[in-house]
Design a protein around this ligand. Structure first.
Ligand SMILES: Nc1ncnc2c1ncn2[C@@H]1O[C@H](COP(=O)(O)OP(=O)(O)O)[C@@H](O)[C@H]1O
Ligand SMILES: [Mg+2]
Length: 358
């Protein structure tokens, strides 16, 4: 299994950048999710890695070998990379076993070795009893397993998956997530998994690259994205809660700052002494009758086991969890504890304004 490295990778379509100077490194055996809204460049990054597109600038390395750069381009069939598409892309007139065997036939693996490896791949994906079926006789989840088996049978250097569960219903998606996790544990494959579904990304991946408009905004472990988002986009896109402008009070200590938010002073975790915003997750909000902030309930949704409250405070909407139902229009006391303050890169002008008035 090989590491994947992108260095200043840029791809333009009709002049507009679909990928804008992407630099990132994915470790050998790492499971990385590319997460972002539709059109942010996820599929383009996969297609460049697979060799279906040429970059306009930058370098792609697979296991240290340069596979794409100005003047050098290794074609897809020589990159030894497996790909699983949303559409499965199975041969309709081949059986399950023949579909899985195909990459080995292309590589001229002798029959006996081929049969042993196909059997092993079918076992690993739970398809042993379906070897003789045609794709049309399979469910969506089973077809996706065939695509996975076909990809692992030739022991690729990395596996790329483009929204592989998008066509499946919710219950099946959950059970297929387990299949991917098991697949990754058993094969130790380097995996690059594209999704626009954050719960999928957070559940599956060792690290998640959050993309927006052709750039990686943050590349970190799921819990880091949630607890320490780098900017307003990540804070709003990943996880629940509110993103609110923060005003500096001038007090900062190692790893934390005292900020004024919604009219009250709160100590926030922070990696900067000059934050512009604060991410307030539902866990950071305690409800009480005598909380310093007065909040009006504007939404109450039962999540099973707890309620999700939307609270209006000073023109902002906070999200809190509550053990009991709240009435719309009811006033509650709110205390904010241990939120995360950060400096949004696009907030320079805002910061200048805040500092001038401080
Ligand atoms: N073959 C293409 N020709 C022109 N524009 C394209 C092509 N492929 C992708 N794009 C554009 O590049 C951007 C990124 O697309 P894509 O990588 O498919 O996004 P995602 O997979 O994140 O939804 C979009 O604006 C899309 O319209
Ligand atoms: Mg896509």
């Amino acid at each position: 299994m090989a590491e994947l490295t992108f260095d200043n990778l840029t791809k333009r379509f009709d002049g507009a950048p679909a990928l804008d100077r992407i630099s990132a490194s994915i470790g050998a055996g790492e499971f990385v999710a590319l997460l972002g809204p539709s059109g942010c460049g996820k599929t383009t990054l996969l297609r460049l890695t697979a060799g279906f597109e040429h970059p306009d600038a930058g370098t792609i390395r697979v296991g240290g070998d340069i596979v794409a750069r100005e003047g050098r381009f290794v074609p897809p069939e020589d990159r030894e990379i497996g790909i699983v598409f949303q559409s499965y892309a199975l041969w309709p007139h081949k059986t399950v076993a023949q579909n899985v065997s195909y990459p080995l036939e292309v590589r001229r693996v002798p029959r006996a070795a081929r049969e042993a490896r196909v059997a092993e791949a079918l076992d690993l994906t739970g398809l042993r009893d379906f070897a003789g079926r045609m794709p049309a006789q399979l469910s969506g989840g089973q077809r996706q397993r065939v695509a996975l088996a076909r990809c692992l049978v030739f022991e690729p250097r990395a596996v790329l998956l483009d929204e592989p569960l998008a066509n499946l219903d919710l219950a099946l998606r959950a059970s297929m997530q387990e299949v991917f996790t098991m697949f990754h544990r058993r094969t130790g494959a380097t995996m690059l998994y594209v999704t626009h579904d954050q719960s999928e990304a957070l559940a599956l991946a060792d690290r998640v690259a959050v993309m927006q408009a052709g750039q990686i905004r943050q590349f970190a472990a799921p819990e880091v994205l949630y607890r320490e988002p780098a900017d307003c986009f990540v804070a709003g896109f990943v996880g629940d809660g509110a993103v609110v402008p923060a005003r500096l009070t001038g007090r900062a200590e190692a790893g934390r700052v005292l900020i004024s938010v919604l009219g009250v002073e709160v100590w926030a975790r922070s990696a900067t002494a000059t934050p512009s915003h604060v991410s307030i997750r539902p866990e950071a909000i305690a409800l009480s009758d005598d909380g310093a902030l007065r909040a009006r309930v504007i939404g109450c949704t039962y999540l099973g086991g707890r309620f999700r409250l939307e609270l209006e405070v000073a023109g902002e909407t906070l999200v809190a969890f509550s053990a009991r139902r709240a009435a719309l229009g009811e006033t509650l006391g709110v205390t904010i504890t241990d939120p995360w303050a950060f400096r949004d890169p696009e907030a320079e002008t805002l910061i200048a304004r805040v500092l001038n008035h401080a």
